[in-house]
Design a protein around this ligand. Structure first.
Ligand code: PLP
Ligand code: TYF
Length: 398
């Protein structure tokens, strides 16, 4: 049966992680995978999460099945976080939200639903993008194209080319947009550019699919949701996949959600029924733990305040690591200006290092980065930053 089965290629990032884990060098540094580690180099268990878990354990809640669309209190907390509690769409019942298995699960439910709705639509992802965007939509049966996004020379968005590409798309084309903290570049659209994108999407009747996996890691919780809210205010039928993997440091619990903006409450009911159909035939219903913890934190004022504080600490720490890295590269005499790293937002930096530089960092120094030059700034800390800055300087200058 399996004699002709071919070996599937590794995910470039998860594969790199396996190589890192197998590396015996004690001084190794993992700037590959997008995971936030604290100054001790460990993935934090947030205090807000610990408190919520303690309360849940004490309550000894029975473990029945959840509804297909997940925990109601979770889904409504998600809506408030993404759209703002005062959004008229909430009052009008114009958002269908389902709990999902992380951001990936949300993208998958949305992709499968869209494929049933409009099988011949094309999907456009940014160049570059998170690799799984293309893979997920191709696996759902779509043809995936890419739109220009990053200009390596200006270290900025090539907005003119993006607009030109969008203007060639047929109505119904699904455009995947990173709502904040673009992965892998760290370079986001400006508020004015977002407004233009909303305008084009509306005019050309494109279908926006926003991916928000880093809310709170850019500027702030509310600020990072600005793009989502622009589409909501414009009343455009949009898809929003959100992930709490990073913002609650709950990677392995698989917590996320898919929200769909509809035109009426009646439409919401019908869309919701279709999303539930996809879920039922995929995994039946979501797991309880992560959703229950996040719902408890978002809905209890003291836990919520604690979480917001912990999230800003993570954001601030990343920003300070950006500043430190830039300063140390200058101090060691790196033959390039890295000031652009301070303008990027989120966990990542497109560092401009070549595949050869990245290869040397790994073989000579045990420092792991993605071959595209993406480094995870959220994995830098006061103990490894000297080594990293010295190593980068050395591979650049010699
Ligand atoms: N979308 C983007 C842009 C990401 O970077 C990630 C990273 O993991 C995801 C989605 C997936 O999130 P999750 O781990 O919650 O599935
Ligand atoms: O981009 C990253 O590193 C994170 C983690 O298939 C990740 O988003 C990477 C690859 C993947 C799933 C998650």
């Amino acid at each position: 049966l399996f004699s002709t089965v071919e070996l599937a290629p590794n995910d470039p990032i998860l594969g790199l992680n396996e190589t890192f884990n197998a590396d015996p060098r004690p001084t190794k540094v993992n700037l590959g995978i997008g995971v936030y580690t604290n100054d001790d180099g460990r993935i934090p268990l947030l205090r807000a999460v610990r408190e919520a878990e303690k309360a849940r354990l004490e309550a000894a809640v029975p473990r029945g099945y959840l509804p297909i669309d997940g925990i109601t209190a979770y889904n409504s907390a998600v809506q408030k976080l993404l759209f703002g509690a005062a959004s008229p769409l909430l009052a009008q019942g114009r958002i269908a939200t389902v709990q999902a298995l992380g951001g990936t699960g949300a993208l998958k439910i949305g992709a499968d639903f869209l494929r049933r709705l409009n099988p011949s639509a094309k999907v456009a992802v940014s160049n570059p993008s998170w690799e799984n965007h293309r893979a997920l939509f191709q696996a759902a049966g779509f043809e995936v194209v890419s739109y220009p996004y990053y200009n390596a020379e200006t270290q900025d968005v090539d907005f003119t080319s993006l607009v030109n590409a969008f203007n060639t798309y047929a109505p119904g084309t699904i455009v995947i947009l990173h709502a904040c903290c673009h992965n892998p570049t760290g370079v986001d659209l400006t508020p004015e550019q977002w407004q233009q994108v909303v305008h084009i999407v509306k005019e050309r009747q494109l279908v926006p699919f926003l991916d928000i996996a880093y809310q709170g890691f850019g500027v702030g919780i509310e600020e990072d949701a600005a793009a989502v809210r622009l589409f909501a205010e414009a009343g455009i039928n949009s898809f929003i996949a959100n992930s709490f993997s990073k913002s609650f440091s709950l990677y392995g619990e698989r917590v996320g959600a898919l929200s769909v903006i509809t035109s009426s409450e009646a439409e919401t009911l019908r869309v919701l029924s279709q999303l539930k159909l996809v879920i039922r035939t995929t995994y039946s219903n979501p797991p309880t733990h992560g959703g229950a913890i996040v719902a408890a934190i978002l809905n209890k004022p003291e836990l919520r305040a604690l979480w917001e504080q912990e999230l800003s600490e993570m954001r601030e720490r990343i920003l300070s690591m950006r500043g430190n890295l830039v300063a140390k590269l200058k101090q060691y005499g790196a033959n390039r200006d890295f000031e652009f790293v301070n303008r990027q937002r989120g966990m990542f930096s497109y560092s401009g290092l070549s595949a050869q530089h990245v290869e040397r960092l790994r073989t000579e120094f045990g420092i792991y980065a993605v071959s595209t030059g993406r480094i995870c700034v959220a994995a830098l800390n006061t103990r490894n930053i000297e080594t990293v800055a010295q190593a980068i300087t050395q591979v650049l200058n010699t």
